[in-house]
Design a protein around this ligand. Sequence first.
Ligand SMILES: [Fe+2]
Length: 466
Amino acid sequence: MAGMRVLFRRVIDSGVRPRGVGREDNLSKRWRSSSAAIPSAFFDGDKDFSFLHSLPWQFLRASDSANFDLETSQRKDVLYNHDDGRPESRIPDSLSQKCVSIEKVVAENDKRCKILWNDGKWSHHDFEKLEEQYLSWKQIRPEDRILWKNLTEADVRQSSDLSIAFDKLIADDGSGMSRALKTLYEYGILLVTKTPVEDNGAGIAALGAALSGGSVKDNPSASLLANYRAGGTDVVLPDGTDGPLRTLYGGVWATSSAGQPDGTSVADSAYGTDALPLHTDSTYLQDPPGLQIFTMVRPATVGGESVFCDGLAVAETLRSLYPDVFDILSKTNRTFHSKDEVTGWYLKATAPMIQVRHGRITSIRHNDLDRLPDLPPNGEIGAEAIDAFYEDLESAHRKWDSLIADDEFRLVLKLEPGDTIVVANQRCFHGRHKFGATANSPRSVMGCYISQGELLSRFRMEGFDV
Ligand SMILES: [Fe+2]
């Protein structure tokens, strides 16, 4: 990526580093800075387990590997009647043991450790998993996503990170899937070139399958990707476990300025020719799609450029410049809806625009066109507080809008036939410029969605902590 006019900012603290680089050194330094009084029991040779000193013993005891089934990973320490399923009472460890403390920690290997407690019990743990939970809980987890701005079309097309050919992405050895998932985790956006567009959506469904479902893709009756690799042309499988999310727009959808398939919803401004402001898709779903896969079949003759924006970069900029505004947008519930009388859909969801867990932004839900008028919190609230509620929100949106209107946050792409943009929908926004089209030369695109739950599953299998 050398030479790109890109500001790749790694944020939150100055100790961040690319994933997998210097991990143990950095972590050890963090612990040592506050581990002056940590007993020697938390050190095994050169292994530093001092972070365990900060984790509640109730959590550590419950996290003992012995409490989980090896095959299903489900908990084994839940007591219930095995005939009728009723819960059975028990005295929990946390009540029966008031003064449990760690006697010593022993490294079993590079990933596992065991803890000896003062009541004689040993517990066994995945050391790396505990690290991740500790860093997240203490809100000192390094940011390993790359916030981008000042990105141009040439940057994207010339980047071996941000761009990949369709054939490479679906390659049999899985290397393309891993590369694509890494880029989507780090940047939230990926250009896939040379996507087939004359196969009734089979290639797009296969692309969706490559980024969803289980990571093992060897069963053609369960995986659309395996099916495609074997020469299949399906866009949905009766017993499929990966592929496009089914929504009110269908599975693999097609949007043409010349018309839509019967029975699918067209109650959205996307079906016109006007510009579309930057937005998240399907904010009215309880859990909006994780990926939007958008393939250009036939570009507009005039205009129609696609616009993208790293919402995470915008939100972090907002947090650093206007922490009060960030607070408002991350704590005020907003309601989004989609209503289509013709096809009988009425979807509605309520959540803050910016969702944060342990200080880390996990999801952004931004669509001004689908957001309903706000109501202040219910209860005893005076006229002044009501006015302040609306003034604060108006002020917050003015600052938000001033950022996403700035060219440095707007990536503009002129997509060619076969270009697919894959967008992490709960992170990056998309929009478009106005376009001109005629009945004889319509602008047409195809695409599909992937569920957020399936995307996060794929990220975890690639080793990313989400
Ligand atoms: Fe959209």
